[in-house]
Design a protein around this ligand. Structure first.
Ligand code: NAD
Length: 507
């Protein structure tokens, strides 16, 4: 069964995946573009409140049986899912590039990082063993169990259409929950396609559902009493709204937001390695990564001069074009609207007085003039009072800030509203240790520009990059998607107990 159906509009429509079936309500639909051509390639159905409620009802009906299935049985399904994902990797990667625009290698990278969470989730029996203590008092044993929450929901952004949903539902599902996913309406093809592979792997109907849609679908999930928890990844204003709305209705919430990730360049760093590392970290995926480096803080003017000179010649030579052409290093932005937003930020930077050393605003891709392409941009002499420094641009734009000391560089990072990722380039272990120990950021790299934690750690920023207490995937996900129950038990022995009126002290 295909997750994409053709309707009268002349284009295909990406439907919803509810209770193991594709459902397409075409009352409201939205266009999906191929960002490289600027053409509409299909539509996506936008779920009504009633459709979302249908998905929640399916998940609620599937929950009682699913929570009773042994973790080993859940893991077997997850293993089969992993195999199917690998078998269909080509289609998934192609769908990501088609709808998002990123180059195929980058799409493959995100797919593999998502797959690694599925692999981690295969360890369900080990992850869910709980904790046991014998003889906590005379003849008394105590243990803690991790109980699933019930129906949980995930709401995800456009920039990692395959990976970010996979941060959520594999972990939620192996913990015994059932799941409703609301992917980005800009590139819903891959996550909807993947849902049917999960069914093929043996997942019972209703355990994993996908509803496509916009604010109407999200608001239904946030307020529906049967939803116990919400995982969100997206921009900070929406993350804050999600957190406030859903916690007000008593739900457990983790809401990951935006970023402005700084790299500190120390004078002893190897400049050629730094330039190589930052080319990918800044301009990869057209800068549309929440871990992208968007600020380079150069310690010392000599270093700044060398860095800007070396970097700018590389940025001007970036190979930009459609993601399906494997020669290209950078694809287009996601949409015309986003292109204009990024372009306006570059105009603003010029007005604010930053030095635009490389100007990518007038780039057009040959034979793809209607695509949402922008060339790489590099600003030097950016200062912290500028909006291009303060706000997340989410495009191929690097801001170089010049400082004189490492302390000054760290103060900048600590004062910024976001605290997602950061890194330092240095050959000095003492400097690196001081940095990792003191910087107020959730994910920190030393000579690693994109310190995205692997699947068996957890992903999350600090400050306004994460609302909630627990990060995504890894051990935090087991905590987020379960509720602890602690049982203390004594079996009667021969001796008759007397009534005790003091508080139990285990003596
Ligand atoms: P977005 O916030 O616009 O959308 C994210 C999701 O929220 C989508 O599913 C969308 O349909 C929904 N949504 C949008 N506006 C809404 C509203 N007003 N009410 C209810 N729901 C709404 O984000 P985006 O543009 O898709 O993604 C880019 C953003 O995501 C960037 O800010 C990026 O930094 C962030 N991001 C963060 C992480 C992280 O782990 N911290 C990872 C990836 C992306």
């Amino acid at each position: 069964m295909s997750s994409v159906v053709a309707v009268e509009t002349g284009h295909e429509v990406v439907g919803h995946y509810i209770n193991g079936k594709v459902i397409t309500d075409t009352e409201r639909t939205q266009e999906i573009y191929n960002p490289a051509t600027g053409q509409v390639i299909r539509h996506v159905a936008l779920a009504s409140k009633a459709t979302v409620e249908k998905a929640i009802a399916a998940a609620a009906a599937a929950y009682p049986a699913w929570r009773q299935i042994s973790p080993m049985e859940r893991a077997r399904i997850m293993f089969r899912f992993k195999t199917l994902l690998e078998q269909h990797a080509g289609e998934i990667i192609a769908l990501v590039t088609d709808e998002h625009g990123k180059v195929l290698d980058d799409a493959r990278g995100e797919f593999i990082r998502g797959l690694e969470v599925v692999e981690y989730a295969c360890g369900a029996p080990e992850l869910l063993k709980g904790e046991h203590s014998k003889n906590v008092g005379r003849g008394i044993d105590s243990w803690s169990e991790f109980h699933p929450l019930g129906v949980v929901a995930g709401i995800t952004p456009f920039n990692f259409p395959a990976m970010v949903p996979m941060w959520m539902y594999p972990m939620a599902i192996i913990c015994g929950n059932t799941f409703v996913l609301k992917p980005s309406e800009k590139d819903p093809g891959a996550p909807t396609y993947i849902a049917k592979l999960f069914k093929e792997a043996g997942l019972p109907d209703g355990v994993f559902n996908v509803v496509n849609g916009d604010k109407e679908a999200v608001d239904t999930l946030l307020t529906e009493p049967r939803i116990e928890a919400i995982s969100f990844v997206g921009s900070t204003p929406v993350a804050e709204y999600i957190y406030q709305t859903a916690t007000a209705t008593g739900k457990r919430v983790q809401a990951l937001g935006g970023a402005k990730n700084h790299a500190i360049l120390m004078p002893d760093a190897d400049m050629d390695s730094v330039v190589n590392a930052l080319m990918g970290a800044v301009y990869g995926s057209c800068g549309e990564r929440c871990m992208a480096i968007s600020v380079a803080v150069c310690v010392g003017d000599t270093l700044a001069e060398t860095f800007v000179e070396k970097m700018s010649s590389r940025v001007a030579a970036l190979k930009i074009g459609p993601g399906i052409d494997t020669e290209n290093e950078m694809g287009p932005l996601i949409s015309q609207q986003h292109y204009e937003k990024v372009r306006n930020y570059v105009d603003l930077g010029v007005e604010e007085g930053a030095d635009l050393v490389v100007d990518g605003r007038n780039f057009t891709a040959t034979e793809h003039e209607a695509g949402f392409f922008m060339g790489g941009c590099l600003f030097d002499r950016v200062t912290p009072d500028m909006r291009i420094y303060q706000e997340e641009i989410f495009g191929p734009v690097l801001c170089v800030v010049r400082v004189q000391t490492m302390q000054e560089a760290m103060q900048l990072i600590d004062a910024h509203e976001y605290g997602n990722g950061t890194c330092i380039f240095t050959r000095d272990g003492g400097v690196a240790r001081y940095f990792t120990d003191n910087i107020k950021v959730g994910m920190v790299g030393v000579n690693v520009p994109l310190p995205v934690p692997v699947a068996y750690h957890s992903f999350g920023g600090w400050k306004r990059s994460l609302f909630g207490d627990l990060s995504a995937y890894g051990p935090d996900a087991v905590r987020f998607y379960t509720r602890r129950k602690t049982i203390t038990q004594r079996w009667l022995s021969d001796s008759v107990e007397r009534a005790q009126f003091s508080f139990p002290d285990n003596q």
